[in-house]
Design a protein around this ligand. Structure first.
Ligand code: UD1
Length: 420
């Protein structure tokens, strides 16, 4: 397993271009199963999760090609059952359920297990598909869904922690080919859901209310091929901005959509980070003295859970106390123990992490536990004195394209160490 070796203490300086959104492209790839025509996607990030999804599509009978950021998929003929082992390994693969059911009238995928950030239920996905008149059974760890013809309905998809992103995606995709009108109430409003909806519309789907909590989908007989450019990854943008701020650097971010992470920018400004928007770019300057700031993770347009860990790493460097409250996933604090190995002072009290920041961090070997936790450790390592080795960076490779190269171009001293 590869690791990163970081020599910290160098301010990031220079320019970085943000790639396509992982969380947008995964459901969009699943949606290519809804047509037998060719779909072409641009600005596709080269991530292990994307490669994985392409393998899943191939195991279902689709032809896929990935070259220079462009993916073409043609699912001329597909089967409702793919390679279960592959499907089991990636949680995001749950979003093939809706498209398969709509296209083939049946689908079988393995039940996703829990993961380090907590239990990951899919009851809302199943509730939504059942409302569209699918028969769903759970058998020996598999979800079996069948429907001779899906039918439109009104379904409320809000859960304990708010709307569900992939659940909304699944039900919306299934509804595009259902008979009649489907109304999704309490739909997720994340930009990635909007990007999927726009992709579906470009395939001929009829969807109203894109970006709002009420989606109205009028089923059509069939969808056709299309070409689409994936939105930039707001989480990658926020990660680089936090890294620049943590190292008191100054960077220019190209190709991002700041309106997609306004809540994060607001908190960064509160922490004293200077962020200037100019002609499609963002100039970020880290202050000499960061100020503490409290955050609570929320569904969009609130502060995203996927930036909680990176922001916590930043708050470890702000003099004073910050309270970080996690409201989306119950145990998404795996990075806390590792940040403490670097000298951070953090106490967990239920859903709150109390960060007493301002003490200098010093390098140490740390272990990445999940994708965004790994990003937090990289940020802390870049800001710490001395060397930090971040183990198990395969988590990072799932969601960050060429992260170490992009950081090196900004002046960071970071190397990938093969094996362990
Ligand atoms: C997606 C993102 C992930 C992000 C998360 C929340 C992808 C590939 N992943 O995950 O990076 O952290 O949104 O923004 O896009 N829930 C239920 N029942 C369900 C489904 C979810 O109770 O059927 C709960 C979850 O436990 C969680 C909350 O709803 O508390 C939000 O989860 P959800 O939006 O579904 O996350 P994902 O779509 O899996």
């Amino acid at each position: 397993m590869d690791s990163f070796l970081i020599e910290g203490g160098r301010p990031l300086r220079g320019e970085v271009t943000i790639g396509g959104s992982k969380n947008a492209v995964l459901p969009i790839l699943a949606a290519t199963l809804l047509t037998s025509d060719t779909c072409t996607l641009h600005r596709v990030p080269d991530l292990s999760d994307v490669r994985f999804m392409l393998k899943i599509l191939e195991s279902l009978g689709a032809e896929a090609e990935f070259k220079d950021g462009t993916v073409t998929v043609r699912a001329a003929r597909i089967k409702g059952f793919g390679d279960y082992e592959l499907i089991r390994k990636m949680r995001g693969s749950i979003c093939i359920l809706g498209p398969l059911l709509a296209r083939c009238g049946e689908a079988r995928v393995s039940l996703p297990g829990g993961c380090v950030i907590g239990t990951r239920p899919i009851d809302l996905h199943l509730k939504g598909l059942a409302a569209l008149k699918a028969q769903i059974t759970i058998d020996s760890g598999y979800i079996q869904a069948e429907a001779r013809k899906l039918g439109g309905n009104t379904v409320f998809l809000g859960g304990r922690a708010g709307p569900t992103v992939l659940g909304t995606a699944n039900v919306m995709m299934a509804a595009t080919l259902a008979e009649g009108v489907t109304v999704i109430e309490s739909a997720a409003c994340e930009p990635e859901v909007g990007d999927l909806a726009n992709f579906l519309v470009s395939m001929g789907a009829r969807i109203q209310g894109i970006g709002s909590p009420t989606l109205t989908i009028t089923g059509v007989k069939q969808l056709h091929g299309t070409e689409h450019e994936v939105i930039p990854d707001r989480i990658e943008a926020c990660t680089f901005i936090c890294a620049a701020a943590a190292t008191r650097g100054e960077i220019i971010v190209h190709g991002s959509r700041p309106e997609h992470f306004a809540a994060v920018l607001d908190k960064l400004r509160e922490a004293g980070v200077r962020v200037d928007r100019k002609a499609g770019t963002l100039r970020v300057s880290g202050p000499t003295r960061l100020k503490p700031a409290d955050i609570t993770t929320m569904p969009y347009a609130g502060f995203p859970t996927d930036v909680q860990a990176q922001f916590m790493a930043l708050m470890c460097l702000a003099k004073g106390t910050s309270v970080i409250t996690e409201r989306i996933f119950e145990s998404r604090f795996m990075h806390v123990a590792e940040l403490m190995r670097l000298g951070a002072d953090i106490a967990i009290e239920g859903p709150n992490a109390i960060v007493k920041g301002g003490k200098p961090l010093s390098g140490a070997p740390v272990m990445a536990s999940d994708l965004r936790a790994s990003a937090a450790l990289v940020i802390a390592g870049l800001a710490a004195r001395g060397s930090t080795q971040v183990h198990r960076i395969y988590h990072l490779d799932r969601g960050y394209e060429r992260m170490e190269q992009k950081l090196r171009a900004l002046g960071a001293k970071i190397d990938r160490v093969a094996g362990e």
